[in-house]
Design a protein around this ligand. Structure first.
Ligand SMILES: Cc1cc2nc3c(=O)[nH]c(=O)nc-3n(C[C@H](O)[C@H](O)[C@H](O)COP(=O)(O)OP(=O)(O)OC[C@H]3O[C@@H](n4cnc5c(N)ncnc54)[C@H](O)[C@@H]3O)c2cc1C
Length: 391
């Protein structure tokens, strides 16, 4: 049988859930060939990016483990798609170009982590290599601090400033505080002298949720030894000092930037319609506007709930839900049936606060449900694993 190719471009959370969901629905009919194209040799568990900044840990899952059968993998970066000829253009890791004909193409190239400019100093937590650089830096700073008799310089080396207080900044600062204290104790420094500052540009943490959740989050961070500064931004890190917009300077051994995500800039050179801020334009069933046969989901896509106009944000949860729904859309389009439309999911946010604490906030039927303690941590870990198809 001449199988129709469904090409998934990008094996992040959106892409892998789309594949899994298509596999579940079409495995018996065997009319489709599934091809995943991604420049990386494995799925990166992006939400765990803070982990290699504090411990030696692998946050990748090889494609073969996720898809032991019936998914072809092309390790390459897509450079464009032509919907008229139904071809995808890519460059593989040996810099050779290739062309893949398809019946359906799914764009799920995600987002990239925003980086501070080189003049702003510090290190942006932008990928696993940057995370390892951060870990090496604070560990060597603490070892240097141990040799010093100058108490001012020792204090500086035992201080880190994390700039940006979204989920990533909150989880990074909590883990740094926890692990730096442990490391300090192990090498003979006083753990209580570790300082972690978290710079928040808003008036409170987690502005998406209610005030009670913000307060709980801040209490937890404070209990870990994180000092949160609100209503201020960092300008730059220079000569061991982080300068804030308030004029205040924080003497720090290291400045770590966690300042958010932007849609994958690679899309600017593709022939797909994008919004002013770089997200692909789709209809209510993830079909790219004016490009029949091409769909787009995840961080790289502007997706709106047609019932209330609410736009999906760049979160893992939304990306995975879109991936699951997309399989139904593609099959409906193939069999010329009515396709499902996008629906915003219940607002849920999970925070891991160090190794032992978690906090979950769910907005349900106008109620704010907060789960903390062991249950919060259990749900946090479960969502991390489910997102990467490990549960
Ligand atoms: C540090 C950090 C912490 C986060 N924490 C949370 C959290 O706690 N909860 C939450 O809900 N969200 C969190 N997020 C956001 C979440 O990670 C994203 O919303 C999610 O990764 C989006 O999934 P995606 O599949 O759209 O894109 P991505 O995960 O970005 O995946 C995109 C994939 O496309 C591939 N790709 C890129 N370019 C090409 C190309 N040219 N050709 C082919 N493939 C390509 C990439 O290699 C990658 O595999 C966090 C993000 C970061 C950075």
């Amino acid at each position: 049988m001449n199988k129709k190719t469904i090409a998934i471009i990008g094996g992040g959370y959106a892409g892998i859930h789309a594949i899994k969901s298509i596999q579940k629905k079409v495995s018996k009919q065997e009319q489709f060939r599934l091809v995943l194209i991604d420049p990386r040799p494995s799925h990166v568990r992006k939400v765990l990016m803070f982990k290699p900044a504090v411990n030696e840990v692998d946050i990748t899952v090889p494609w073969e483990k996720l898809f032991p059968e019936s998914v072809e993998i092309i390790e390459g970066a897509v450079t464009d798609i032509n919907h008229q000829t139904k071809t995808i253009f890519y460059r593989n890791n040996r810099q050779e170009t290739g062309i893949l004909p398809y019946e359906f193409a799914v764009v799920a190239v995600g987002s990239v982590i925003q980086q501070a400019s080189p003049e702003q100093g510090g290190i942006s937590l932008s990928n696993s290599e940057a995370a390892m650089e951060i870990r090496n830096r604070w560990q060597s700073d603490l070892r240097r601090a141990l040799q010093l008799s100058d108490s001012v310089e020792r204090k500086r080396l035992m201080t880190i400033t994390v700039v940006g207080a979204g989920i990533s900044g909150v989880e990074t600062s909590a883990s740094l505080a926890e692990q730096m204290k442990q490391y300090a104790q192990d090498i003979g420094l006083q753990p209580n002298n570790i300082r972690v500052h978290l710079i928040n540009s808003k008036e409170r943490l987690f502005i998406e949720g209610n005030k009670r959740m913000s307060a709980k989050l801040e209490d937890l961070l404070t209990s870990m030894g994180v000092n949160v500064l609100h209503n201020t931004k960092a300008v730059q890190e220079k000569d061991g000092e982080v300068l804030l917009t308030t004029g205040e300077k924080i003497s720090s051994g290291l400045c770590v930037w966690t300042i958010g995500l932007i849609p994958n800039p690679v899309l600017a050179s593709w022939s797909l319609p994008i919004t002013e801020n770089g997200r692909i334009k789709v209809d209510e069933s993830y079909r790219v506007i004016g490009k029949a046969g091409i769909y787009s989901i995840g961080d790289c896509t502007r997706i709106v709930d047609p019932r209330n106009g609410a736009e999906d944000t760049m979160t893992c949860k939304e990306a995975t839900m879109q991936g699951k729904r997309l399989s139904k859309v593609i099959l409906a389009d193939f069999y010329k049936r009515k396709a499902p439309v996008h629906k915003k999911t219940i607002a849920t946010y999970c925070f891991g606060i160090g190794e032992k604490k978690g906090l979950v906030w769910i907005r349900f039927l106008k109620m704010n449900v907060i789960l903390s303690g062991k249950l919060g941590l259990y749900i946090r870990k479960l969502t991390w694993d489910m997102a990467s198809l490990l549960k």
